[in-house]
Design a protein around this ligand. Structure first.
Ligand code: SF4
Length: 335
């Protein structure tokens, strides 16, 4: 049976009690992550974007590590926009899903070129940036601009889906529309900067994959509590396929080899060093093409490099003259 697409009614008293208990819990357990405003930390939409992009499918200790390394290298949008793509990918390192680093780099260039060097506040303009979906846009608007935007990640889906909809495994069972509606009703106006992280942290630490209902301050208000108490269990969400031997793992090996070299590599040598037989060489060659299509690598004249190729210098004495090679127009102007 399809999940209902709207949330059930929730009384104002229950909404008030949920808000109070969750914010009390957050007050006692909050972690002062540097991208969250408060306690002397100013609002920074760029920092919020970096953190939200880094947080996609990544555990929080790893997010913090990526964030600190990234912000040390590129503390502003302008610094990031001016950076070389290969350096950006080296800074991202082995943090997983390097396409996110490319997205951040492209987004910074667009902000510099099209938004007067600043992160846009407008939702549609944010969603038009590479790699920015509803969650990242909501985080930028909430932490960066103090807007009442509802940020929904998997922790929030799990918590709201259980608390309001009564589902046990909401990431699989609940309708996204119903979760969004319920989360929007719960949000206290003017409190998004505390409310969103409260939901995310509570979903990660209390209403986790295995919920800790016995110590949950929301237990008496929760629609799923009696189901869990009667012995029902949340079916585990299917884990991602094995990493070893996957294309993702092979792409990581190719990128690691490119990151380790200061100069472009001969593609034939790269493939020979990484592959044990002809079939594997063909697979890796296909993956080099996919990395190039994703903006993570380039290949030309038998060589492969990290990021984008450096522009060729104009021949001496002919720059701009008749017959001089036409220089590619820069995609964006960085002021
Ligand atoms: Fe989650 Fe259990 Fe608390 Fe309900 S009672 S919100 S299921 S931890």
């Amino acid at each position: 049976m399809a999940a209902p697409t709207s949330a059930p009614a929730i009384t104002p008293q229950r909404v008030r009690a949920i808000r109070r208990r969750l914010l009390d819990w957050y007050e006692a357990h909050q972690q002062p992550f540097p991208w969250r405003p408060g306690e002397g930390r100013a609002r920074d939409p760029y920092a919020a974007m970096v953190a939200a992009v880094a947080a996609q499918q990544t555990q929080m200790p790893r997010v913090l590590e990526i964030y600190e390394r990234w912000m040390a290298a590129y503390p502003t949008l302008e610094a990031l926009a001016r950076a070389d793509r290969a350096d950006v990918l080296r800074t991202w390192g082995r943090a997983g899903y390097p396409r996110r680093a490319v997205h951040l780099h492209e987004a910074a260039r667009i902000c510099i070129e099209q938004h007067r060097g600043e992160m846009p506040r407008d939702l549609d303009a944010l969603l038009a940036l590479p790699g920015v979906g509803p969650f990242t846009a909501a985080i930028v608007r909430c932490f960066g601009f103090g807007e009442d935007s509802v940020a929904i990640d998997t922790n929030v889906v799990r918590l709201v889906g259980r608390l309001v909809l009564g589902d046990l495994q909401p990431t699989r069972e609940s309708s996204p529309a119903a979760v969004l509606e319920a989360a929007t009703r719960l949000m206290p106006r003017g409190e998004a900067s505390r409310w969103n992280p409260a939901l995310m942290d509570f979903g990660a630490r209390v209403c986790a994959a295995r919920p800790r209902c016995a110590e949950c301050p929301l237990a008496t208000l929760c629609a799923a509590r009696t189901r869990f108490a009667s012995g029902e269990v949340a079916e585990p969400v299917r884990a991602q396929g094995a990493f070893g031997g996957s294309d993702r793992e092979a792409r990581g090996r190719i990128l690691a080899a490119l990151r380790a070299s200061d100069v472009p590599l001969r593609e034939a040598v790269l493939l020979r060093d990484l592959a044990s037989d002809e079939a594997e060489r063909e697979r890796l060659a296909r993956l080099v093409g996919a990395l190039a299509a994703d903006g993570l690598a380039w290949r030309a004249r038998g060589r492969v490099g990290l990021g984008a190729p450096a522009p060729s210098p104009a021949p001496r004495g002919r720059a701009g003259g008749k017959g001089a090679p036409r220089r590619a127009r820069p995609r964006m102007r960085v002021r």
